[in-house]
Design a binder for this molecule. Structure first.
Ligand code: NAD
Length: 256
């Protein structure tokens, strides 16, 4: 689909160097947006920019868990394409299945910082510019793990559950400014992240993808990054202009 649903809009997408963030950036650019592709991995973000229509993408190296880095990211967005109309918080880190007594404080802090604190930081820095426009759409990529637990995913589930509730709190707070805040909960998705949930060698990871993940999806297949991008396009565009505080499971029925 190559339309103009996001014509003239500025979209800031975190985690845009890989997986779902990459698919979102590509679809948004195809729909007419100017896209800032933020990622810790600058090389990866630059590679995605090279795949976009000329002039429609700009890569920024940023750590979404770091306040200064996020402040600089929003400043660069303003300089390059102007105030963001759309913010997609997609950057995230997985957790390899770990019993709670073996989970280190450093692991806990990292997962909560990248998956949850990041939403507070990007929103805090972007929202004043959205308020000035009296309009905006914020899309937070949480996880079906935020509403349906799995053993050994303690910190990850907590980080995504918090992301969902933070999104709802922001949706009600920002509604008077016509800034919508919605959540997408992906189910197990075919991206570089999926294998990282499993402890083990390559063969164990491949077996785990089938035994643990595909078998947990009622529709019987892994979610594709493009499936998430289509949902994000709906939430970013005016097609969803009356939708806020919504949590959309894009998960092949995993959350049922
Ligand atoms: N893959 C799945 O099965 C799955 C399922 C449910 C939810 N999710 C969530 O979807 C989102 C996207 O995941 P994905 O599968 O596309 O993963 P991915 O690993 O393919 O991409 C994640 C991107 O985030 C970037 N990133 C990580 N930490 C960062 C930081 N501190 N600052 C900036 N960028 C950072 C990485 O460099 C990478 O490019 C994540 O929030 C993830 O938790 C994934």
């Amino acid at each position: 689909m190559n339309g103009q649903l996001l014509q003239g809009k500025t979209a800031l997408v975190t985690g845009a160097g890989s997986g779902m963030g990459k698919a979102i950036a590509k679809l948004f650019a195809a729909e007419g947006a100017n896209v800032i592709l933020a990622d810790l991995n600058e090389e990866a973000a630059l590679q995605v920019v090279a795949e976009l229509p000329e002039g429609s993408g700009h890569a920024v190296q940023a750590d979404v868990a770091d306040d200064e880095s996020v402040a600089a990211l929003v400043r660069e967005t303003l300089d390059v394409y102007g105030a963001p109309d759309v913010l997609v918080n997609c950057a995230g880190v997985p957790q390899a299945f770990t019993p709670i007594e073996e989970l280190t404080l450093a692991q806990w802090d990292r997962i909560m910082s990248v998956n949850t604190k990041s939403i507070y930081l990007t929103t805090r820095h972007a929202v004043p510019h959205m308020k000035a426009k009296n309009k905006g759409s914020i899309i937070n990529i949480a996880s079906i793990a935020g509403i349906r637990a799995r053993p050994g995913l303690n910190a990850y589930c907590a980080s995504k559950g918090a992301a969902i509730m933070l999104s709802k709190a922001l949706a009600i707070e920002l509604a008077p400014h016509h800034i919508r805040v919605n959540v997408i909960n992906p189910g197990p998705a075919e991206t570089p992240m999926l294998g990282k949930f499993i402890n083990g060698d390559e063969a164990e990871v491949e077996a785990g993808k089938k035994d643990i993940f595909i078998s947990s999806v009622p529709l019987g297949e892994l979610i594709q990054p493009e499936d998430i991008a289509q949902a994000a396009l709906y939430l970013a565009s005016d097609l969803s202009k009356i939708v806020t505080g919504e949590v959309m499971n894009v998960d092949g029925g995993r959350g049922i």
